[in-house]
Design a protein around this ligand. Sequence first.
Ligand SMILES: O=C(O)c1ccc[n+]([C@@H]2O[C@H](COP(=O)([O-])O)[C@@H](O)[C@H]2O)c1
Ligand SMILES: Cc1cc2nc[nH]c2cc1C
Length: 351
Amino acid sequence: MNSPWWSQPCAALDREAADAAWLRQSKLTKPPGSLGVLEDVAAQLAAWQGVERPRIERVWISVFAADHGVAAEGVSAFPQAVTGEMVRNFVGGGAAISVLARTLGARLDVVHLGTVNDPGAIPGVLRAVIAPSTANFCDAAAMTDEQLRAAMQAGAGRVHQALDEGADLFIGGEMGIANTTSAAALACALLGEMPERIAGAGTGLDDAGIARKVAVIERGLRRHADADTALEQLRRLGGFEIAALTGACIAAAQARMPVLVDGFITTAAALTAVRLNPGVRDWLLFAHRSHERGHARLLEALEARPLLDLGLRLGEGSGAAAAVPLLRLACALHAGMATFEQAGVSIADSQ
Ligand SMILES: O=C(O)c1ccc[n+]([C@@H]2O[C@H](COP(=O)([O-])O)[C@@H](O)[C@H]2O)c1
Ligand SMILES: Cc1cc2nc[nH]c2cc1C
């Protein structure tokens, strides 16, 4: 049997372009290394774009919205209807990610994968409904094989659209009431972690709510203890938007499209993608450390050092969008600073 598309090889980084970028960095009028992570970002972008002086102009943000059967267990501070309501808000311009995308001049792509409160066809929303919701993972597998494939394909499709439209950077965002429970369960299965180390407040649970959430995740993990591959763990415990984000990360890495990863849920999807296809890791940059409890553990598993730590815990791709100006500044410094020679500035005495 042919191997599935998500196992196909990822693109290679352009190490020569990265070396050229580092050489340029060494000539700019500053002590070597003094721009810290901004230097790393410039070189990383060079390796992705295959040029000495990379640029981030066109930013593409796909927000995937979907509902979760496990919401029936009372694991969110908000009602499930919010997922469908927020779909309208995203294109209406009033959501945080709408404002961020506008401010950045980024393209905001809203993908509706299925909500219990279905807003119907909305201009500007891509309708890619798989089902109104996943199944409750306490009772059954969250998704069928077909649903999993459709969701992963939906994510890949948005990356291909972003490429067609000349995007320099892909941001995946998500919206789904109860998806921190799904993402935490998936993370526990992938990492062999205890739910109490991963499950957090999500939209704002109190301690009793978090304890209930931990018990729900334990039930799910017990029920699906025989799921022994990342794909099967994703199918049984994940969600449509998590699978779409997983597919998007893989398709991006295969097609030379860098991904700026957002918060807890998107990082769980990114880890799943890396487990399915390890070459994906080279194409991921981590934007921020979310306030959600398990995020630091997920980042550690990915050996990721996020750019920002602002106490954000919104999702939607908002943390990634907030980091875009830093990427642009890194490019501007890298391309626009004078060299020691150009500026007539003396170089270091010893090196
Ligand atoms: O991205 C994060 O780190 C993050 C952390 C906590 C909550 N969220 C968002 O909140 C929603 C899920 O929270 P909950 O409590 O319903 O599981 C979902 O729409 C996410 O986008 C997102
Ligand atoms: C209002 C609201 C907006 C969100 N955006 C992402 N997750 C969310 C959860 C809620 C509750």
